[in-house]
Design a protein around this ligand. Structure first.
Ligand code: AMP
Length: 113
């Protein structure tokens, strides 16, 4: 018997692969950022790595650079948009409020761009 182990595709896979629309505000070879569909602040952006990792709990030595990469891109984005104050947040696990199991960094600011 052949068993295919398929990765579960989340809504963020589908946004990354342009299968569903999103309000994309930043993209490069490694990271994509788009507006949260239910914003919890005036500016609420989600930063995801193009390389799939489900959650911060799944980070290994091989993928340990990814959370830092998201933070770096968020910092560059803030500078470009003249956003001087913001909050960065990872929800980790169901009990930590994570609903979408594709690693993402929330960028929240009361400033608008
Ligand atoms: P979390 O609770 O950390 O998993 O956050 C998931 C976030 O994804 C929530 O803030 C949702 O509002 C947001 N979200 C879910 N679906 C979409 C979508 N299609 N486009 C943009 N943001 C979404």
């Amino acid at each position: 018997m052949i068993i295919f182990l398929m990765e579960e595709r989340t809504i963020f896979h589908r946004i990354r692969d342009r299968e569903v629309p999103a309000d994309i505000v930043f993209e490069d070879a490694e990271v994509l950022a788009f507006r949260d569909i239910l914003p919890k602040a005036r500016t609420h952006i989600l930063f995801i790595p193009k390389y799939f990792v489900a959650s911060l709990t799944d980070i290994t030595p091989e993928t340990a650079h990814l959370p830092g990469l998201l933070i770096l891109k968020a910092q560059q984005f803030a500078k470009e948009k003249s956003l001087t104050g913001y909050k960065l947040l990872f929800h980790v696990g169901k009990a930590g409020g994570q609903e979408v199991f594709y690693l993402h960094l929330h960028f929240l600011s009361d400033q608008e761009f």
